[in-house]
Design a protein around this ligand. Structure first.
Ligand SMILES: Nc1ncnc2c1ncn2[C@@H]1O[C@H](COP(=O)(O)OP(=O)(O)O)[C@@H](O)[C@H]1O
Ligand SMILES: [Mg+2]
Length: 254
């Protein structure tokens, strides 16, 4: 659905942050972008909704070069949630209206409930929200444009463990409803909990299977294919979903 094809990013002073990265985000799947700090994870994510433009290569959404799409329309369909919640002055209602100015309280209440917040929060000053509430409000705001893909850049790194788990569970639910999620994390336990597919970036490149396995920790149940993409071998309820995701992982958008 969203595909990065041999993307390179070179800064004005000639530093190459990404050296030809291939990756894809598929519907109904949580793809985790893992790797050490400075590896280029945020840079790659930002290419996904054109906050950043590749110097070489192409980013495709449903097969079309995102450079040919209206950026605002693209950003409605490919939403972004940042590490630090982006909160505007005013009430929660006003913050949500940034995404959909015409949404009534009923639909705003519905999306707040979707992210585990109550409709009573609509009149609260957004500045007064806790970190976890603010991040959920940001996810609610992103959901209001009915995105097909959600790009999440370390969305739980400033949250306490309970909120972290709640946001992880929400991401899994959204994926189960068909959203394609790309979640950046360098928390290996979180990678294990979340992922259908993991792409490991190291120094601006997709790590090969060996390097990815070493980064993710040897000795777990995870297998890695030769594209550097490891697939979760979770058991139980999720096994079917993970298997499906593995099947789709090899597909390329038309
Ligand atoms: N606009 C920029 N100009 C120069 N260097 C940058 C720019 N943005 C990021 N970098 C550098 O590129 C590398 C990758 O950054 P980033 O994508 O933020 O990595 P990650 O999210 O994996 O920590 C880092 O070394 C960072 O300092
Ligand atoms: Mg980053």
């Amino acid at each position: 659905m969203l595909a990065f094809e041999a993307v390179r990013v070179t800064t004005d002073d000639g530093a190459e942050l990404l050296h030809g990265v291939d990756a894809a985000v598929c519907p109904g799947t949580v793809t985790v972008l893992a790797g050490p700090s400075g590896a280029g994870k945020s840079t790659l994510l930002r290419l996904g909704n054109r906050l950043e433009v590749p110097s070489h290569g192409v980013v495709r959404f449903h097969g079309r070069d995102v450079a040919d799409l209206d950026p605002l329309e693209l950003r409605r369909r490919v939403g972004m949630v940042f590490q630090k919640p982006v909160v505007f002055a005013g009430t929660v209602r006003e913050n949500l209206h940034v995404a959909d100015a015409h949404a009534d309280d009923l639909s705003l209440g519905r999306v707040l409930e979707r992210v585990g917040l109550g409709v009573a929060l609509l009149d609260r000053q957004a500045d007064d929200l806790s970190g976890g509430e603010a991040q959920r409000m940001c996810i609610a705001r992103a959901l209001l444009t009915r995105p097909e893909v959600l790009l999440m850049d370390e969305p739980t790194s400033s949250l306490d463990p309970a909120n972290r788990r709640a946001v992880e569970a929400l991401a899994r639910e959204l994926a189960a409803e068909g959203l394609g999620i790309c979640w950046v994390s360098h928390d290996l336990d979180q990678v294990r909990r979340l992922t259908d597919r993991v792409v490991v970036l190291v120094e601006g490149r997709v790590a090969d299977a060996h390097e990815a396995a070493r980064y993710l920790g040897a000795g777990d149940a995870r297998g890695a294919d030769d594209a550097g993409t490891a697939r979760d071998a979770r058991g139980g309820d999720d096994a079917g979903a993970a298997g499906d995701a593995g099947g789709r992982a090899g597909e390329r958008p038309a």
